[in-house]
Design a protein around this ligand. Structure first.
Ligand code: YXS
Length: 262
């Protein structure tokens, strides 16, 4: 099962477990790492597997540091276009015919936050934290991504989370409805497997169609084509801006960005 460089895959009864193995980059969502996850999801898409868990290694301080900032375009290109690996991954999970559970230990950043929001169930260590970071970098997050982020939690709370980029605690994340359970570190694996095993006993075809119904219903937002193109134009203004370049440069120079609104 382990023909992968950046993940380890294990099967426990009818549960497929994808464990991140990209510690040197703090599980940043680089294209090579995402390719491994996508490949594993294809391999695990067999009738004997009823549920998939995404996890970081035991004891991780960082679950995922988010999009690989080295792979964000420097300027004049949409940083989160339709074929961006993160976009492909979140779409794949949402359309995956089996429930995907995020088992979170450590801090979760930016695209990693959206990744867990695209899974079906999120179970987290009580010490994990969650930060949504586009305003640290000047990134105009894409429309589908924002929709993934605001669907589950109260709008005022998510606005604060996104506009401040301040990490929130697991307790707060549970309270606002983006986590299913928080548990102490030493119970994280058993709790996650308990829920995965319950799912494994149920009717897989019914689960598959209900998951798809939920996805379609949640995405049933009519958007006027003119408004969509207007938003894309506004986003372009942002990724073409000096502030976007400043956000990326400041990250690599390990300093606070000086945003000027241009
Ligand atoms: O200095 P070296 O070369 O060792 O590299 C450092 C970091 O620059 C690098 N690194 C990353 N490289 C690419 N993409 C990343 N997302 C990323 N995160 C970290 O890894 C090396 C070790 O990091 P260091 O020294 O900071 O580790 P630490 O243990 O002191 O701190 C861990 C973190 C996670 C708190 C810290 O690395 C951090 O704040 N990382 C950035 C988190 C973040 O802002 N993620 C958002 C990525 S952009 C994204 O997801 C969306 C596009 S958006 O921003 O729109 O939401």
């Amino acid at each position: 099962m382990n023909n992968y460089e950046f993940i380890n895959v294990e099967i426990k009864d009818r549960v497929g477990i994808i464990e991140f193995n990209y510690v040197k980059k703090l599980n940043a969502l680089s294209e090579c790492f995402i390719q491994d996850i996508l490949h594993a999801l294809i391999v695990l898409n067999v009738p004997e597997i009823r549920c998939v868990i995404l996890r970081a290694p035991k004891g991780s301080k960082v679950f995922s540091s988010g999009h690989d900032i080295n792979e964000l375009p420097k300027t004049k290109r949409d940083p989160l276009s339709y074929q961006d690996p993160l976009r492909i991954l979140t779409r794949t999970i949402q359309r995956y015919p089996k429930p995907v559970i995020a088992m979170v230990q450590g801090s979760v950043w930016g695209g990693g936050f959206e990744l867990i929001m695209s899974t079906d169930i999120v179970i987290a260590s009580d010490k994990s934290t969650f930060a949504m970071t586009p305003v640290n970098l000047g990134v105009p997050y894409n429309v589908v991504g924002i929709h993934n982020l605001i669907r589950d939690a109260g709008l005022h709370v998510m606005k604060e989370v996104i506009f401040t980029a301040n990490p929130i605690t697991a307790e707060k994340a549970l309270k606002i409805g983006i986590l299913n359970h928080i548990v102490p570190d030493d119970e994280l694996e058993s709790k996650t497997l308990e829920i995965a095993n319950l799912i494994c006993e149920k009717a897989p075809l019914a689960i598959e169609v209900i998951k798809e119904e939920m996805r379609v219903l949640c995405e049933a937002n009519a958007i006027n084509p003119d408004e969509f193109e207007r938003i894309q134009g506004l986003r372009r203004y942002v990724y073409d801006s000096l502030d976007y370049q400043e956000g990326l440069t400041a990250f690599f120079e390990k300093r606070k960005p000086n945003f000027i609104g241009k």
